[in-house]
Design a protein around this ligand. Sequence first.
Ligand code: AMP
Length: 356
Amino acid sequence: MTALAPGATIGILGGGQLGRMMALAAAGLGFRCHIYDPHEAPCAARVSAAFTRGAFDDRDALTRFAAACDVVTYEFENIAVAPLAALGAKLVPGARSLEVAQDRAAEKAFLGAVGARVAPWRPVDSAEDAAAAEAALGLPLVLKTRRLGYDGKGQAWAREAGGAAAAFEAIGRQPAVAEAGVQFAAEFSLIVARDADGATRCFDPPRNQHDGGILRRSTVPGGELVESQAAAARGIAERIAGELGHVGVLTVEFFATADGPLVNEIAPRVHNSGHWTIEGALTSQFEQHVRAICGLPLGDPGLVAGGAEMENLIGSEIERWAELVAEPGAAVHHYDKGEARAGRKMGHVTRLSRRA
Ligand code: AMP
């Protein structure tokens, strides 16, 4: 792959905070970003060189967008794949990574095929399937919509007999997967970058704490248990990226169980649990992604400090901005998204710890 030179334009499908932080990192290397998003004023467009407002299935608009960009990437996975053919070979990572990650059944089948451990699961398309899944998997179990789920949305738990059919109602009778409830001691994620030659670099895995399905905090180092499963998780993440032919950053979310790491889900992109890398790693996940898709050598993902902790600012928590910017050592990120709706990720703060 020929490396892109400074001044080249990176197209980003999606204009949320991940696109925003990617655009800021790209600017640092001398690249310009062009955001493509259906919304009126996405927060990534505010820090980018160009913005096209368009639907993700508008092939003509996508064709014009591709003509204006040297490479096109994405910051979220819920985009229909067929219209992206309009982007041709400029789409990096390719459509295969999207296809697998945007459908929980395809994802689990893929993970099983590459030898990654996942929770026992069943596809569920009807109340009868839900009842059969309950009989096969036992309780508790969680029903998750196959598509368009994020931050715990499109999920319902079944804990008592007959609960799976009720959970299927609760998610609106949409095509789903049923997953056995996993007994885990911790959640963590492994962020891997893979370049076009197949070389990979991994970030240290943070321990992730969720609240109501939304990431609350990521901490690196992730503690003894996470560190003891890091090498196995790295192997799994590298295998997934390789099998997908993925170029760019890819995130694998894990449950740390007594039997080792078990994959919860994959995201074919930069991830909330990697925001700590902006201050905490020699190369941030955003710069690393830009490097990979532009054909540049991958950077050093090593820690710059003893550790880092990233805390999300969700909904009205963004009102702590003034207090946080006054806190010595706190790196505050405000996404400039406008209305602070409940559950909406509005910003984050990272604090580094000194080397022991
Ligand atoms: P997800 O959107 O799939 O990442 O799920 C959101 C959160 O729900 C996860 O981070 C876990 O805390 C929890 N969760 C999801 N699936 C399971 C499972 N099979 N067993 C136990 N907890 C789960």
